[in-house]
Each structure stands twice: as C-alpha cells, then as structure tokens.
Design a protein around this ligand. Structure first.
Ligand code: FE2
Ligand code: FE2
Length: 176
C-alpha cells in the first residue's frame, strides 16, 4: 500500500541520514512547517473575503488553490497516513476527520473557482464558506492531529516527516 511505502521511506531515510550524521536542507520540525503554511493560507483567505476587486479575487482564489493542493495531499500521505497506521482509535478518528475535511474544502474551492465573474455575490458567499471551513479545519488539526503526531513521533522523526512532506508536495501537480 502506498501509505506504508511512504511511511517506511521516511523512516528509512532517517536511518540513512543518521549514519551519515549530516544536517541537510529541510531540517525543520514538520509541525513548524505546517504552521507556516497554515498561516500563509489563512492570510490569503483573509484577503480574499476583504477584496471587492474581480481580478484580485480571481488571483487570490488561484493562489489559495496553489497553496492548498500540495499541502493537503502531502499532509494526507505523510501525516494522516502515519497517524492512521497507529493502533490508536482516537488518532484514527482524527486522521479520517482530516481526510473528510480536506474533501469538503476541495469541493468549496472548486465551487469558488467556477463562479465568474468574481464580483458575483455567490463568489463572496463561497469565499466565506471556504474560509470558515479551512479555519475550522486548521484549528482542529493543530489541536488534535498535532497532539497525535507529538505523542507518536520524536523530534528527529518529525524532521524526517518534514523531508518526506516536502518531497511529496513536489509530486503534486496543480492543474490550472
Ligand atoms: Fe494542514
Ligand atoms: Fe489539513
């Protein structure tokens, strides 16, 4: 199964790098990286609901898609699949909830991008819904999923997860 391959990839990479004893780029706790990306997308969503300019609204919607798609896909593979693999029912609920909320956010984003021109009241409504969904999701994720990650993975493993996360993001193609 792909999820286990990626998960063991990151554990294997950790052992390899420990043997070499070097610091490589992307040496960062995955939770710090996720926080940076959450804050960036929240800032974009804030600008989106404040904007009343059609071109700016459309551009922000595209930037949000470009930020969310790699983040959510890589997060599913590296973070959610890792906690789903734990023998912990609560962590498994958190992982499943994360997948479902990503799906809802994706649908809301698709709806937003389909509304033209971006000056339509429907666009403003879809922007508000997307912002609420994503903010709610981020709040819960930072509380529950991150607790599961901290409980199950030590600092060195979380750095390895960040490397795997960066690699997984590069594999996500964002259709325009
Ligand atoms: Fe996230
Ligand atoms: Fe998420």
């Amino acid at each position: 199964m792909a999820m286990f391959e990626q998960f063991t990839d990151f554990l294997g990479g950790r052992n390899q790098r420990r043997r070499h004893g070097r610091n490589l780029p992307d040496d960062m706790d995955i939770l710090d990286k996720l926080k940076e990306e959450h804050d960036a997308v929240k800032a974009l969503l804030g600008k989106l609901v404040e904007s009343d300019n059609a071109a700016e609204r459309a551009s922000l919607a595209k930037q949000i898609k470009a930020a969310l798609a790699p983040h959510t896909k890589a997060e599913e593979k590296i973070v959610y699949d890792a906690i789903l693999a734990l023998k912990d029912k609560d962590a498994q609920v958190d992982g499943n909830e994360g997948y479902l909320e990503h799906r809802h956010a994706d649908l809301a984003l698709k709806k937003l991008l389909s509304i033209k021109p971006a000056t339509e009241p429907e666009f403003a409504a879809a922007a508000k819904v997307l912002k609420e969904l994503v903010e709610h999701h981020i709040d819960e994720e930072e509380r529950n999923v991150w607790r599961d990650v901290r409980n199950a993975f030590d600092a060195a493993e979380r750095i390895e997860m960040n490397r795997a996360f960066e690699a997984a993001k590069k594999r996500v193609r964002v259709a325009h």
